[in-house]
Ligand binder design. Structure first.
Ligand SMILES: NC(=O)C1=CN([C@@H]2O[C@H](COP(=O)(O)OP(=O)(O)OC[C@H]3O[C@@H](n4cnc5c(N)ncnc54)[C@H](OP(=O)(O)O)[C@@H]3O)[C@@H](O)[C@H]2O)[C@H](O)CC1
Ligand SMILES: [K+]
Length: 507
């Protein structure tokens, strides 16, 4: 599913009106019908509608008419000078006034109306919001937030459509009905929570008109990325599903590689090899008997990897992950550089592997193959030099420009993980805050290297991996709530990799 910013949506609208000659008032009427359809599902009779002076308000005025005609008990509010209402919104306001409907601008009356209404419709500010919400609308937004059931038109008022940031204050909607495309603000940052359940409705814009926009950002829907999952033939053996190696672990962090190995196995890899210091062989061996092992010497508390043993590993593996629980040591930069310069298969660099890499990130430029980097904002900060706050506010651009400059796939973790190849951007929406737990990233690394080993392209593996990791977290949350642990994620991984995978339907 495509995701657009406010400007792209404006251009799509403009093209629909100017090139396809669809009158704007028809789009607004269709938007009102789309809203009506959702309100009718809610079984409320008393509806309060709060309108702004732009087209978002226009959608609200048109909706008010449709509801009144159907016998709903509707009260309409507008807190700006009605003279500022122009164009299609003005036409809809005038029709209401001509019907003898009063449009109120009294805050006390609004609070009272909301107290007795079943649904409050927030048609105050849409994609046209610029800057912080003006002072005079803050009380109005506070009042809307007291509503029993809040339905936002297009986007909750006060949410920036491009970043999801709250611009001073915002409506926290139960339902948001948006038109034609998801907006970035629905899935990023605070906008994700403020939007509640988001319903995307068609309002009569031809598909070709949207396609002409060549949108580069997309997210999951009921079919995608599940449709990427390859079905298995019946006559296959383990050799068909990859031989993957996971390099990591040290005496203090043996759990990380255990989780990654288990996760790679649960994600369907044919053969999984653990490459770790031999001091932890007993522990790993006892807990992951299904894996094979490549125990190495340990030097100064970290794994010792010379070029000879790396070359052996290269021959045995069709995908490698480097970093889980490996520790952040200067001496690990050389093996990482050697892997980048000599290994021809796909590679995942995670956790301390990223910290090692940040000692000299230019080695990435000599990579022989596509690398997936999986930083959380702290690791991204070490890699780029930007502070975490800046990264969180500019997640898409930071990830995209790094991926482009270093010709890699970046999977920037966080609520709404961003995956990019430097051109296209996938925003993942599965997962929950319970996954902010130790070892969660190690599980993701296992999934990613497993998918690479099974022949998924690095970009596909990163998209599918982040999606599946999130789903396993959502399943674990159902059972364990925020007490879920990384091993619960591993336990839930397998369910997605079934022969009827394509038939799994998600909300
Ligand atoms: N295809 C579609 O998606 C369609 C969408 N429609 C709806 O149209 C809106 C976008 O309409 P637009 O008129 O561009 O903008 P808004 O209504 O969202 O906002 C403009 C008004 O908001 C005021 N404003 C802007 N910033 C602030 C602020 N910081 N504080 C307070 N008020 C603000 C602005 O007032 P000014 O005094 O600043 O000029 C405007 O009055 C979209 O979201 C959809 O709902 C179409 O109806 C159908 C097609
Ligand atoms: K709104």
């Amino acid at each position: 599913m495509k995701v657009v910013n406010a400007n792209e949506m404006r251009e799509i609208d403009k093209r629909a009106i100017e090139k396809y000659k669809i009158p704007g008032i028809i789009l607004m009427e269709n938007a009102a019908y789309a809203l009506l359809e959702e309100i009718e599902r809610l079984n409320g009779k008393r509806i309060t509608i709060v309108c702004g002076t732009g087209n978002n308000g226009g959608d609200g005025f048109a909706l008010a008419r449709l509801l009144l005609i159907r016998g709903y008990d509707v009260e309409v509010f507008c807190f700006s000078d009605p003279e500022k209402v122009k164009g299609d919104a003005r036409i809809n306001l005038d029709i209401l006034l001509n019907m003898g409907i009063k449009v109120y601008n009294d805050l006390n009356k609004l609070e009272n109306s909301i107290r007795y209404s079943d649904v409050v419709v927030d048609a105050l500010l849409g994609t046209g919001l610029s800057g912080e919400v003006k002072e005079e609308l803050k009380n109005v937004i506070d009042a809307i937030n007291k509503g029993r059931l809040k339905l936002s038109v297009d986007i909750p008022s006060g949410i920036n459509s491009d970043t999801g940031s709250i611009m001073g204050t915002c409506v926290f909607a139960d339902i948001t009905v948006t038109f034609e495309c998801l907006k970035l603000g629905h899935i990023l940052s605070e906008g994700k929570e403020a939007s509640g359940k988001v319903i995307v409705k068609k309002i009569g814009i031809p598909v070709s008109c949207i396609e002409e926009q060549s949108v580069k950002i997309f997210t999951s829907d009921k079919e995608y990325p599940i449709s990427l999952i390859k079905k298995r033939r019946l006559d296959t053996n383990k050799g068909d599903y990859g031989k993957v190696a996971i390099i990591g672990g040290n005496y203090k962090m043996s759990g990380a590689i255990i989780l990654a190995l288990k996760s790679a196995l649960r994600s369907g890899a044919g053969l999984v090899c653990g490459v770790f210091p031999k001091t932890i062989l007993d522990r790993v061996g006892a807990l992951v008997p299904e894996a094979v092992y490549f125990p190495c010497e340990e030097k100064h508390e970290h794994i010792f990897l010379d070029d000879y043993c790396l070359n052996i590993l290269f021959q045995k593996s069709n995908a490698i992950a480097f970093g889980v629980g490996i520790g952040n040591f200067d001496e690990l930069l050389h093996p990482l550089q050697y892997i980048l310069e000599h290994y021809e298969g796909p590679l995942v660099i995670d956790a301390d592997g990223l910290n090692v890499l940040s000692r000299n990130k230019t080695i990435l430029k000599s990579a022989k193959s596509k690398v997936i980097l999986t930083p959380h904002p702290g690791e991204m900060s070490r890699l780029t030099g930007y502070d975490i706050d800046y990264i969180n506010k500019n997640r898409i651009n930071v990830a995209k420009s790094f991926a482009k400059e270093y010709n890699s796939i970046v999977l920037l973790k966080g609520s709404s993980t961003v995956v990019t190849d430097g051109e296209f951007i996938y925003i993942n929406r599965t997962g929950n805050p319970g996954m902010a737990t130790a070892g969660s990233g190690d599980v993701l690394t296992g999934v990613l290297v497993s998918l690479l080993g099974q022949g998924y392209s690095p970009f596909e593996a990163a998209i599918l991996g982040s999606f599946i990791h999130g789903i396993s977290g959502d399943r674990a949350y159902q059972k364990h709530g925020y007490g879920l642990t990384a091993m619960d994620l591993v336990d839930n991984l397998g369910f997605l990799f079934k022969k009827d995978i394509g038939s799994i339907k998600l909300e």
